[in-house]
Design a protein around this ligand. Structure first.
Ligand SMILES: *Cc1c(COP(=O)(O)O)cnc(C)c1O
Length: 397
């Protein structure tokens, strides 16, 4: 008798308990729309549409051709990478980092956030995350079997978390406070006063700040983003996340760094080393080239985004939409019409016009009622999108 025993191998609870990644769901919706013959204009994604500067590509090719770079990389990030980072922080953020500061090279900011969160979160710990949030903020906490305390961000508060609203017992128990300014998806920027209050709050309650500066350079109208390390006392309580993805149109290259005092970076290192062998020397060289290239290349990208922002805000306002003019990031964060969920609104717009937005709900339960519109298509595509929205009469009363 051939009785084969039935075998069942179940995933870990931490995997089963993760909700579906909403961007995966959106991809499915887009694929279905395409099948129905709808020509999509995707303003839903956060992927820069412009190519990496030639200068960076050329420097990277030199690095690829050097056989010395074909072995395992320096795990932390080679000396020149460390030096280039300190120059960059001084030049762009007016922050002088002393010798106790070090960077950990990472394969993109997302990985850096995940490993930093894992490295500091015990099961049952509470991490404070403003809602809306970038999905990895809460997911990494859940993978670490920690719990999330969400602080709502509201338009009335300029999308800054109200620290006074956090109950004292949460503040005392909390381990990590993650912030992201300039903010995806709201486009909000931070004030120095807020950062000072946050550092004070986190010092008092012994909470680690993870400041995600992914959009540190995507700023308009002369606005400059702030590094957490420009705040006195931040060094003892903060890590900062940087990435080449948005600043240098290098999302596909996968390189960034986590910055902080050595003791913290040693902890991130101790976690991360169990997962990978670091960031390839070639990508470290690419990042060095990017940080050292003439700044006009970055400015050219910003100018493009700024033109798109000005155009879209003007046109959408003409349609009666309630749109804030963001000082930073490549996103518009827009209220959906009364009586519609963000998902319903996005599906309706996609069906009628082929224009894709991201429903706010992708960024947390507190983000219902909004949609995110990305500035990642060229002028021609944006004009076409506006034309279709006008023709379909998607306006507010
Ligand atoms: C894009 C993004 C990142 C980082 O992305 P990487 O490509 O992994 O560097 C981090 N945080 C936010 C809020 C982002 O939008």
């Amino acid at each position: 008798m051939n009785t084969v025993k039935k075998v069942k191998i179940t995933p870990a609870d931490k995997v089963l308990n993760l909700e579906k990644y909403i961007f995966v769901e959106l991809d499915e919706l887009k694929a279905q729309a395409r099948k129905r013959g709808i020509d999509l204009i995707d303003l839903g994604i956060g992927n820069p549409d412009r190519p990496t500067a030639d200068y960076i590509v050329k420097e990277t090719i030199k690095s690829i051709k050097n056989p010395k770079n074909h072995g395992y990389p320096n795990f932390r990030g080679k000396d020149e990478f460390q030096v280039a980072i300190k120059e960059w922080m001084a030049k762009r953020y007016d922050v002088k980092l002393d010798d106790d500061f070090i960077a950990q090279a990472v394969n993109g900011g997302k990985e850096g956030i995940a490993h930093a969160t894992l490295a500091f979160t015990n099961p049952g710990d509470i991490n404070i995350i403003p809602d809306p949030y970038y999905p990895v903020f809460s997911r990494a906490t859940k993978v670490a079997c920690g719990e999330v305390y969400y602080v709502p961000l509201s338009e009335e508060n300029d999308f800054l978390p109200d620290l006074n609203s956090i109950p004292q017992e949460i503040a005392q128990k909390a381990k990590i406070f993650i912030i992201n300014y300039p903010n995806n998806p709201t486009g909000a920027v931070v004030t120095k006063e807020f950062l000072e209050d946050l550092v004070k709050f986190c010092r008092e309650n012994e909470i680690l700040i993870i400041s995600d500066l992914a959009y540190g350079e995507i700023c308009y109208d002369g606005y400059r983003a702030l590094s957490i390390f420009s705040i006195e006392g931040a060094k003892d309580v903060a890590l900062e996340i940087h990435t080449c993805s948005k600043t240098f149109n290098m999302a596909g290259w996968r390189v960034g760094f986590v910055l902080g005092k050595k003791e913290f970076i040693d902890t991130v290192f101790a976690m991360k080393i169990n997962f990978d062998y670091g960031t390839s020397t070639i990508m470290q060289d690419a990042a060095i080239a990017a940080m050292r290239m003439p700044y006009k290349y970055v400015e050219a990208t910003m100018k493009k985004y700024q033109q798109r922002r000005d155009y879209l805000v003007k046109e959408l306002r003409e349609l009666g939409w309630h749109v804030r003019m963001p000082k930073a990031t490549m996103y518009l964060w827009i209220k959906v019409p009364e009586g519609m969920s963000s998902r319903e609104f996005c599906t309706m717009v996609m069906d009628k016009t082929g224009v894709v937005f991201t429903p706010g709900i992708a960024f947390g339960a507190g983000s219902e009622g909004y949609v995110r519109v990305s500035l990642v298509q060229d002028e021609k595509k944006l004009r076409e999108a506006v034309k279709r929205l006008k023709e379909a009469g998607i306006r507010y009363k």
